[in-house]
Design a protein around this ligand. Structure first.
Ligand SMILES: O=C(O)c1ccccc1NCC(=O)[C@H](O)[C@H](O)COP(=O)(O)O
Length: 217
């Protein structure tokens, strides 16, 4: 049994959920961000979440969402975690945790060393951290850009105060190198398991998950 936990983000079909769960993903992510090709409606997300087997953590990804948006998402969709992928302040993270009673994962964008202190700041308030590549300036999306950051920045920093996941540009081919270089025990992927933006590829979901979990072909 592997110690690695895999999150597949941006799932939009029943097949995506079934494939991710069967392959052994620990988390499935639903994107609530209208500009994203991975955006799902409340109705679709509710149906997809209901298909996730017990024990698979259902994560709603939002970007600087208001309380009314979060109220609607949490009322419609059975969730286990909220992922905040915008510029939510530490105070806002605390407020969201208290208001919804769900664990909160805060995404931190990393481009260079100057970004690393954010990890400690958000460690004090979030339940988990998702350490991702910082989006390029003028990017349409704050995440899901298929870009990796320099993993050497995290080398030797295995033990943060909170559980964390490595994200950004991972693929079935690179995920093991990312795990090895950073010492992470959790990985997240979106673009690297797609055949086109927003379209998950079942074979890539399987190969990414199996590769991360150290399972043979
Ligand atoms: O995936 C999106 O479309 C998205 C949109 C808005 C904010 C965040 C988004 N994705 C965040 C994720 O958790 C991705 O899985 C993470 O950034 C890694 O993405 P990728 O580099 O494509 O594997």
């Amino acid at each position: 049994m592997s110690d690695i936990r895999v999150k597949i983000c941006g799932l939009r079909t029943a097949d995506d959920i079934e494939t991710a769960a069967k392959a052994g993903a620990a988390y499935v992510g639903f994107v609530f961000f209208a500009k994203s090709p991975r955006h799902v409606s409340l109705e679709d997300a509710a149906e997809l979440a209901a298909l996730a087997p017990m024990g698979v953590c259902k994560v709603a990804l939002t970007v600087n969402a208001s309380n009314s948006e979060l109220d609607a998402i949490t009322a419609a969709v059975p969730l286990d975690m909220l992922q905040l992928h915008g510029s939510e302040s530490p105070e806002r993270v605390t407020e969201i945790k208290a208001r919804y009673g769900l664990p909160v994962m805060k995404a931190i964008g990393i481009a260079d060393e100057a970004d690393l202190p954010q990890i400690d700041i958000y460690s004090a308030v979030a339940d988990q951290l998702l350490i991702d590549a910082k989006p390029p300036k003028n990017a349409d999306l704050p995440g899901g850009n298929g870009l990796a950051f320099d993993w050497r920045l995290l080398a030797g920093r295995k033990y943060w105060q909170r559980p964390w996941m490595l994200a950004g540009g991972l693929t079935p081919e690179t995920v093991n190198e990312g795990i090895r270089m950073t010492g992470t025990s959790q990985v997240d992927v979106s673009s690297g398991v797609e055949s086109a933006p927003g379209v998950k590829d079942q074979a890539l979901i399987e190969s990414f998950t199996r590769s991360a979990l150290g399972k043979q072909g």
